[in-house]
Write a protein that binds this ligand. Structure first.
Ligand code: 6PG
Length: 245
């Protein structure tokens, strides 16, 4: 298998269905192997179709859903009911799911930037993300900005050099929505069995040419190229427009 695996689909609908199928397959396998499925969700608009499909699928499988924990790779510093909230958008997309609050590990933006960052860092650390050994997440979903950012790790920012903290605040995203962000760092995002990037549209093609190239060197100018999952499975799921080199 090539590294990374790059799969291209006709359009966003086909991409969403394929992503939902792949994520569900990972969930079934993780629950069989370790009794739980730790899934970190991406923000942005690209994954919302896949979230809707997973919400429909999992609402009919309460025993499977009972083992799934949802995390967020990053969050905008807005209230959870703000339309810009990654948590709010994902919950709306999966509106049919009834989930125990203890399985929803959201970033508590209402605490303010520093306290929310500290609280999420502490929560992930207490759950064992810093422990050596097997990667913490079973699957991390990520989007890709046209500038090569992912989560809220933006080009050439100090956050890319963070080696110890699991969560940091980014005050200068430089892209809309231009609000402060809270983001997992590379050590946290890379502590996963599998990373799935979903990208669609022609404006992502330039960044993909670097980030999705075989064995792309980690380059702070393209933060997505610094994503190297510890479990070794890196997958790009693209529509035709994004793939067109
Ligand atoms: C965010 C996301 C961000 C997003 C990319 C792609 O908080 O906005 O974490 O990294 O995934 O910007 O966004 P689209 O999918 O909307 O193009």
């Amino acid at each position: 298998m090539t590294y990374p695996e790059v799969n291209t689909y006709e359009d966003i609908a086909a991409l969403s269905q394929a992503a939902a199928d792949r994520i569900n397959g990972l969930a079934v396998r993780a629950l069989a192997e370790r009794g739980r499925f730790y899934l970190a969700l991406s923000g942005g608009s690209t994954p919302l179709g896949a979230y809707r499909l997973l919400g429909q699928l999992w609402s009919g499988q309460p025993e499977l859903l009972a083992g799934i924990h949802f995390f967020w790779g990053d969050e905008r510093l807005v209230p959870p009911d703000d339309p810009r909230s990654n948590y709010g958008q994902a919950r709306a997309a999966m509106s049919g799911l009834s989930l125990p609050e203890s399985h929803l590990h959201r970033i508590q933006t209402e605490l303010g930037a520093d306290a929310a960052t500290e609280a999420y860092d502490r929560e992930l650390d207490n759950l064992g993300l810093s422990d050596a050994g097997r990667p913490f997440f079973d699957c991390v979903l990520l989007g890709l900005g046209r500038d090569g950012h992912t989560a809220s790790l933006f080009p050439d920012r100090p956050s890319l050099a963070e080696k110890n903290r699991l969560v940091v605040t980014e005050l200068k995203p430089g892209l809309e929505p231009n609000v402060a962000r809270i983001t997992l760092t590379l050590p946290a995002l890379n502590s996963t069995q599998e990373t799935i990037f979903m990208a669609a549209g022609p404006d992502k093609a330039a960044a993909l040419r670097y980030c999705a190239a075989p064995e792309a060197d980690p380059n702070p100018h393209y933060p997505a190229s610094m994503i190297k999952p510890a479990g070794g499975r890196l997958v790009f799921m693209l529509d035709q427009a994004a793939r067109r080199a």
